[in-house]
Design a protein around this ligand. Structure first.
Ligand code: SF4
Ligand code: SF4
Length: 422
């Protein structure tokens, strides 16, 4: 794609990068074929190619975006399915992230939108505040019809009942030997404690000493994807400094992530800070040693088969941040099959379920349509349980089907001696 940034504009590192990304695009449109919003809405400007043109024009002309342009970018799920499909390796993720940050700086959203987005950025990455928000939203349930429609999606999200003991009680005996760090996540500490507990047991059973990274252990993705770049950058810097200290102090050999959205974010730290003299090396180390738990276990010779699991039919729901963001596709399936489960993939596996970070809260109608579409395939699969690698997808999809959802780590934990997770 031809670009017309001025020489002065290209001295800005962000625009320089956007220019390089844009120039790779040959506007073939292949990416539209696997874009969930293009499929649902059928509008060129709600597909990746159209959004790329919108972002190009905005940044090149240094324009203030119109509400219409912003709505097309806001409707993007950041699912990155377009990146998997693109034959020219266009890095849409970095382009749309830059676009979101640009919009946040140049566009004044209506007051209620601004307040709502601020509320999300101020609560979700903080476990204690998020717990309070969940409690408050439960109190509002009886009067939800009196609230604006935009809040209805958020009010439907409920954490599952915690089945296991809380994570700190699960640590068991002190262990010696090789150590890994576990990124417990922010939202996941509140609504997915069982996943963290199962992950710790699973890793310890494989002989790893597990060091839990200190709270809030938020990767910064929430603020980053809301375009709140100053907040996100502050958090990235803090994490890089703190976590490298933990890595060196505890001799950690890997940083394990069990929420794939966080994994995609951490693996990008090295790129984000590549020009920062003081943090580039540390950020690169954090990215280099971050592994999804399925990726890590696969490299550690998997798990041992348990014959009792062959009666359990599992559908595997591949999160976008796993398959598109980290290109981890076959490993979770292989591990589940090794453990003895009868596993099948769902049709249209490349399609996002609609969860997508804060998307199901900010764009509830599209998110619900995508969730219902996925739920139809789940019901048709006739399985006992659905496995996923991202708690946010599980929580979103639970609204549309009664088939139970568990994290892949919970099933692997069960198969190797842990409690039954559903
Ligand atoms: S598939 Fe890639 S090269 Fe083709 S239009 Fe989409 S982003 Fe551009
Ligand atoms: S990230 Fe997903 S929703 Fe956004 S343009 Fe790409 S495929 Fe479409």
């Amino acid at each position: 794609m031809r670009t017309e940034f001025t020489a002065a504009q290209l001295t800005d590192p962000g625009l320089h990068e956007a220019n390089s990304i844009l120039r790779k695009c040959v506007h073939c449109g292949f990416c539209n074929s696997t874009c969930p919003t293009f499929k649902l809405l059928g509008d060129e400007l709600d597909g990746p190619r159209g959004r790329i043109y919108l972002l190009k024009n905005l940044m090149e002309q240094d324009e203030t975006p119109s509400g219409k342009v912003v709505s097309h970018i806001d409707r993007c799920l950041s699912c990155l399915s377009c990146m998997t499909t693109c034959p020219s390796s266009v890095n849409y993720m970095h382009l749309v992230d830059a676009g979101r940050s640009y919009i946040e700086k140049k566009f004044r959203r209506p007051l209620r939108d601004r307040l709502f987005r601020r509320l999300l950025a101020a609560t979700l990455p903080h476990p204690a505040r998020f717990r309070l928000l969940l409690l408050f939203s439960m109190l509002l349930l009886p009067v939800r019809r009196l609230l604006p429609r935009r809040f209805h999606g958020a009010l439907k999200l409920r954490p599952p009942a915690t089945r296991n003991k809380i994570i700190k009680e699960d640590r068991g005996q002190a262990r010696t030997g090789k150590a890994v760090g576990l990124v417990a996540g922010c939202v996941q500490q509140v609504i997915g404690k069982d996943i963290n507990s199962a992950s710790m047991r699973l890793l310890e059973r494989r002989g790893w000493r597990v060091h839990l990274l200190p709270e809030p252990a938020c990767c910064g993705a929430v603020e980053h994807h809301l375009g709140k770049q100053a907040l996100a950058e502050k958090r990235f810097r803090q994490n890089i400094t703190d976590w490298i200290q933990q890595v060196d102090e505890h001799g950690l050999e890997a940083l394990i992530v069990n929420a794939s959205g966080c994994g995609t974010m951490l693996k990008d730290y090295g790129h984000l800070f590549r020009h920062d003299e003081s943090l580039a090396a540390a950020a690169g180390r954090i990215s280099g040693m971050t592994q999804d738990i399925a990726e890590f276990l696969s490299e550690q010779q998997g798990v041992t088969e348990n014959g009792e699991m062959e009666q359990v039919r599992v559908a595997y729901q591949s999160p976008c941040s796993m398959q598109h963001g980290q290109k981890i596709d076959i490993q979770p399936l292989t591990l589940l099959r090794q453990a003895g489960f009868k596993v099948q993939e769902l049709p249209e596996k490349y399609m996002c379920c609609g969860s997508a970070g804060t998307y199901n809260i900010l764009q509830p109608a599209i998110a619900a349509e995508l969730g219902e579409r996925k739920a139809v395939y789940i019901e048709q699969a006739n399985v006992d349980v659905v496995a996923s690698g991202n708690m946010a997808c599980m929580m979103h999809l639970r609204q549309f089907t009664d088939v139970p959802f568990v994290h892949t780590a919970e099933l692997l934990d069960w198969a190797t001696g842990g409690p039954k997770p559903f």
